[in-house]
Design a protein. Sequence first.
Length: 321
Amino acid sequence: MIRSVITGTGSALPAKCVTNADLAARVDTSDEWIVERTGIRQRYIADDSETTSTLATAAARNALEAAGVDAQEIGLIVLATATPDHTFPATATQVQAALGCGGGVAFDVQAVCSGFLYALATADSLLRTGMATKALVIGSETFSRILDWDDRTTCVLFGDGAGAVVLEAQDVAADGPGILASRLHADGQHKDMLYVDGGPSTTGTVGKLRMKGREVFRHAVVNLASVLKEVLEESGTSAADIDWVVPHQANARILDATARKLDLPAEKVVVTVDRHANTSAASVPLALDTAMRDGRIKPGDLVMFEAMGGGFTWGASLARM
Ligand code: ACO
């Protein structure tokens, strides 16, 4: 059977690391509050020379190298971002040019923190139709550009970065590698709980992120537990079969609460929120690359990806590595 197989991962972070103490010098907050409520200790923030496309290109190069794939072989780039370099063209096309892919399909997906899950499911579908045989799926964000740096309730939560995977259509055995099941959801009724108060068609400005954190938290735990159950059912697996969960890194308490709801031991959850904070669409591939490179995730492992974000949008995918 033809499946989309993850054959390489990569990531990239801005050079500048900003600690909680650095933020406490700027807004009325403390390392203690941030660590206790979120688990975040530091985040990386892009300087003027680092953009969503430059971070995405660096992550993509690492993923191509890990997969042993040449940029010329890539026929599809799906890039998830809510912070594109420009309103248009798609940041994916900038990455395509920077990598020297020389053709194929390239477009952006906008599902905020769930963006990578949306991009992965989209690329998986296109590969299985034969649209391309090798794809790059990228999550890249510079949320620092849309933060209100005077709002302590949001500015401490986010960071910048990028993660990428090479996805290849391969003819595999039933128990072989590849994406086994994906489920995506959206519910547009909750826009006001998490949104950016600008945009080209409304204010004509980029705008700043606004969030009702407590309500987002409540919806996140319920929606994530529910979509994880759907993917387990769809793939005929149980929570006990899962080797690793690579979740969207929003907040350590959301990760704990979701794992508890599914009876998943905390040791199976990859956590990078302490180092990267919430990097929106980049957080799942960044965490995946971290756990691949430090040797935790190995070939043959069953890995669950999950995310929830603005919209609300949410989703999960199960893959054998
Ligand atoms: N430093 C110090 N105090 C703060 C800070 C801060 N950075 N931010 C808020 N406070 C204060 C508030 O003003 C409030 O003070 P008050 O009681 O005097 O009014 C107090 O802390 C408690 O505020 P709450 O918002 O009720 O705190 P809560 O325990 O809910 O934690 C948090 C806030 C961390 C945002 C939490 O609600 C959360 O994690 N929500 C999920 C949001 C999220 O992760 N969003 C990311 C995008 S969506 C996604 O990725 C899933």
